[in-house]
Design a protein around this ligand. Structure first.
Ligand code: PAF
Length: 280
């Protein structure tokens, strides 16, 4: 597994692999890797000839400075985790390499960026689009792999690829969960032992909720989920919405002919956790 910090070195290696006829699979990450990331790398390995993983904590997508400062960073640990995986190249650039000058591009994703995460994290998705488009420009992957835990991010990236006509196939990968159901996230490692234990109440409530479609209207089920999670003294729900998986707008009735996904953000102390589940 090679580790490079500079675009020139990365391009030379990738160009060589392309000349050998290999397709390029790409997994962009911000490090603090866990088995959820490794599952993306595994899928990339199954579907590509050469797998690149980037590790870059992108400052432009953090609307909260404290969150950026707290974000866990341990490059050596990440490299050790990737060494036995399908990853063949780690791209770990400094900020200047990605943003030689500040990125002032403003994307417009319409309502996709205004709802849920977009409402509570202004500028977040613009930053995600900046860094992902920049990384795509640098790596030029055939396929890029993203986790469905960040459901709205996936919708935004698909829209960005469509709008900019980028020649990359975006592959959505399933959420990987801890044994007690908590969706894997780099932020989980910031939880105290007590918070970590209680955080499992989020997914447990979502699993219960999907079995209650016949019992409640959409609106009442949303209230039920929020109340039930907030009964736990460690948890405070920021939003829970059941949305159309394509438009991300809230559904009003179970009869609407669309795939419905319940998306949630919960504060556990200072740490903000997200999760989602399909309602069918
Ligand atoms: O999902 C993430 O870890 C980040 O948002 C991404 C896609 C790597 C962009 O920085």
């Amino acid at each position: 597994m090679q580790i490079v910090k500079h675009i020139n070195a990365l391009r030379k290696i990738i160009d060589g692999k392309r000349e050998e006829g290999l397709s390029i699979g790409f997994v962009p990450t911000m490090g603090a890797l866990h088995p959820g990331h490794l599952s993306l790398v595994d899928l990339a390995g199954q579907q590509s000839g050469f797998v690149v993983v980037s590790i870059f904590v992108n400052p432009t997508q953090f609307n909260d400075k404290g969150d950026l400062e707290r974000y866990p960073r341990d490059l050596q640990k990440d490299i050790d985790l990737l060494a036995p995986s399908a990853c063949q190249l780690v791209f770990a650039p400094e900020t200047d390499e990605i943003y030689p000058e500040s990125d002032t591009r403003q994307f417009n994703f319409g309502t996709l960026e205004e709802v849920m995460e977009g409402k509570f994290r202004p500028g977040h998705f613009n930053g995600v689009a900046q860094v992902v488009s920049r990384l795509f420009e640098i790596v030029q992957p055939d396929k890029a792999f993203f986790g469905q835990k960040d459901f709205q991010q996936l919708a935004i990236i698909n829209e960005m690829v469509r709008k900019l006509s980028l020649p990359v196939e975006v592959i959505a990968c399933p959420i990987i969960r801890e044994d007690d159901g908590l969706a894997m996230s780099s932020r989980n490692m910031l939880l105290s032992a007590e918070q970590r234990l209680n955080a499992a109440h989020i997914s447990a409530t979502l699993f219960e909720a999907v079995n209650k479609i016949g019992e409640f209207s959409v609106e009442n089920l949303c209230s039920w989920v929020i109340e039930r999670i907030n009964q736990n003294e460690f948890l405070n729900t920021e939003y829970f919405e059941i949305v159309n998986s394509v438009t991300l707008l809230p559904v009003k009735s179970w009869d609407e002919p669309c795939v419905k996904v319940g998306c949630i953000a919960v504060h556990c102390g200072k740490i903000r956790l997200i999760d989602n589940i399909e309602f069918k």
